[in-house]
Design a binder for this molecule. Sequence first.
Ligand code: TYD
Length: 134
Amino acid sequence: MDEKVKIIEIPKISDQRGNLSFISYGNPIPFDIKNVFYIYDIPGGTKRGGHAHKKLEQILIPLSGSFDVVVKDTKNESVIHLNRPNRGLYIGPLIWREMKNFSSGSVCLVVASLKYDEKDYLRDFAEFIRYIRK
Ligand code: TYD
């Protein structure tokens, strides 16, 4: 899973007025950004994700608050806690992910390498395993 799940350090410009971070193509985003979306007003106890992508790459950024991301492939599973707006999580293709334990008021920004296309999703875990093995 090493290359397909990794922490991305996002540049941070700090001065007495606060912090400014940027997510530009090349630094730190390793793909052309085709879609940007954000998840917010998340009720307590909610789980999101619960799918993999065939081709899409994305980076999850906790703009505010914190949450956990569970990532799985056929062999490994790990949980990554995201709680800093200048630290994102890159997830490549064919990685199952679930987001949970959202703190109250949290906001998750997602930048993705492809536009939304339901055909790129694997939403059933058994289908995901079959897709990888074929
Ligand atoms: P989904 O990817 O399942 O959200 P999450 O992984 O956070 O649980 O998307 C939720 C819904 O939003 C689903 O019906 C597809 C729709 N959607 C769009 O219409 N456009 C988009 O760009 C995205 C990412 C999702």
